[in-house]
Design a protein around this ligand. Structure first.
Ligand code: NI
Length: 177
């Protein structure tokens, strides 16, 4: 089990554009995913992109399980997504709170497309092709932004809606992506 250090905002490595994965089902790719899963679990994250642990490849993982304390929160299936392509399906956007393991302890309101299709591959090279909306769509867009060097504060319009999680949501546990 290897828990990697997650790079934090301000580190120039987070701003680089990641390279496509050329080969699936390789020992290197499985090892990277083991490290990503271990790191995400240790930090109780909802998602993680390879560049956040200083690996410049187009690989993200995400997943949000049912939480007994917040039974109405939307869930997202555990997913490995490699070389993703996102297609925005219509003009509808929605504002929602986001957090990020690279911006720990803070949350900000980000407006994003609501309805998307995403395509890519799992670690074995099997095609993933899903049409999603709402929170699932937000998580995918947040993670894939990391592959292009974009952190969620760079997408914010209203900086008055940016602050410390403990002040914005006292007493609530919140996951970061
Ligand atoms: Ni993030």
């Amino acid at each position: 089990m290897t828990i990697k250090t997650v790079l934090r905002m301000g580190d120039a490595r987070l701003l680089k554009v990641a390279e496509p994965v050329g080969r699936y089902d390789s020992a290197e790719l499985h090892s990277l995913l083991d490290d990503m899963r271990d790191t995400m679990q240790a930090l109780n994250g909802a998602g993680l992109a390879a560049p956040q642990i200083d690996v410049g490849l187009r690989v993200v993982i995400f997943g949000v399980a049912l939480n007994a304390r917040y039974p109405d929160a939307e869930t997202v299936p555990e997913t490995v997504l490699i070389n993703p392509v996102i297609t925005v399906l219509d003009d509808k956007t929605e504002a929602g709170w986001e957090g990020c393991l690279s911006v720990p302890g803070l949350r900000g309101m980000v407006s994003r497309p609501c309805n998307i299709r995403y395509q890519g591959f799992d670690e074995y090279g099997a095609l993933i092709d899903r049409t999603v909306s709402g929170f699932h769509a937000r998580v995918v867009q947040h993670e894939c932004d990391h592959l292009d060097g974009i952190l969620y504060p760079m997408r914010m319009g209203d900086m008055s809606q940016f602050g410390y999680t403990q002040e914005l949501f006292p007493g609530q546990e919140m996951q970061e992506e």
